[in-house]
Design a protein around this ligand. Sequence first.
Ligand SMILES: [Fe+2]
Ligand SMILES: [Fe+2]
Length: 169
Amino acid sequence: MVRLKGLKFRLRAGCLKEYKNCIEDLLINETVQMMKHFRHHHQTTCFEHALNVSYYSYLICKNMGLDYVAAARGGLLHDLFLYDWRVTELERGKHAFRHPDIALENAERIFTLNEIEQDIIKKHMWPLTIIPPMYYESLIVCIVDKYCATLEIVNSSKLTPVIDKSVLF
Ligand SMILES: [Fe+2]
Ligand SMILES: [Fe+2]
């Protein structure tokens, strides 16, 4: 059983294996691995945050009969901006507004993304970025991102999303 505050998901046997299969090629990529070097929220690295968002978006989309593969993959790549946003001055615009486009550019340089995955990455900061998500999967990742970020900032062990990452690595 995986717990997310207010929600309970029963994992069928093989569900975690299925999740792994969705993202395996992304996980072994060295650019994706670089996210481990950047702290994102509180003590959470960019990689851990992306994995939280990916995993819970996968579970929700799977339970709702949506494209859970795109949710898992887009969720893992949504913050592939690869710099320390606390100290980095961008040439154009502020991090909060610009990083979805930077992440999408980085992701598209390495992987072939479908339209849903592109939309997930590009729109995940909505409503800060004005154009709303075009797919349910994008909206779910957008909400899960904010939820996970809040829990990571609060850093409560009670609230922190529960995923046995040892199973993944
Ligand atoms: Fe983000
Ligand atoms: Fe994020």
